[in-house]
Write a protein that binds this ligand. Sequence first.
Ligand code: NAP
Length: 280
Amino acid sequence: MAQIIDGKMISTMIKDECKERVAAYKEQGKEICLAVIQVGNDPASSVYVNNKKKACAYIGIESLSYELEEETTQDELLKLIEELNGRKDVNGILVQLPVPGHIDENAIIRAIDPKKDVDGFHPQSVGALCIGQPGFVSCTPAGIIELLKRSNVDICGKNCVVIGRSNIVGKPMALLMLRENATVTVAHSKTQDLREICKRADILIVAIGKPKFIDASYVKEGAVVIDVGIHRNENNKLCGDVDFESVSKVASAITPVPGGVGPMTIAMLMKNCVDSVLLQ
Ligand code: NAP
């Protein structure tokens, strides 16, 4: 049976470290503040936004909440972002995605000052990651690196396969694994012989967005498997992109869903908020 990589425990550790750093900044008279903008009232987005605000309170930073109506225009949203970009007391700006269809998501991401881009989605942040310069890194992939390191998984020189090439998970994940000196393969929907490619992986990171897609037949004996997916099954229970039951019998370590990658995303957002002081 595989070792279970405990994302809940590791994320709490990271938030507690953030809490200590925030306290130290407060002693120097530095306060940290995250502005969270939500357009519309999509219930899933509201849950995420509330969790982010709760995490801010936990580590001791302020959160400013902007709950805008569904009908908010792109110009109105851009104006708010511009105002927040200019405010010295605001360190991080986060627009909860997705935004309603009449708003161009890319224009919104580009409008955020890269120095306040705690989600790490701005093209400048992505470019900085690509060429190894300082900048914010997308929270979910950054959290996966922390999970691996804090579980003593050796990354250097290992074969890593990332399934998925989205801008928020797959691509930054591949870049981060490369930065950690893994030999990286990125698979996607046009990849041929996915099973054979996955079977070569020492570390298999699955961000495919399909419930229980990866079973034991894709996994090399002793591989480390990271499951990024989150889905609700027919009984309303959470599951991932990986068939945990079969894969945990062949992997040496695996993240569960829930309690694996999920909690890391908010922990890394908090870390980005605290790190913003260093970048600004
Ligand atoms: P996405 O944008 O839908 O990307 C899915 C990727 O999987 C695409 O690159 C797609 O390839 C690839 N893919 C689809 N079918 C495939 C197949 N049969 N074989 C190989 N590759 C295939 O999803 P995402 O935003 O990256 O998210 C992935 C999963 O992670 C979702 O379940 C999402 O809910 C979850 N997620 C979790 C967190 C968290 O905090 N835990 C955060 C973000 C996302 P193409 O590019 O060719 O279409």
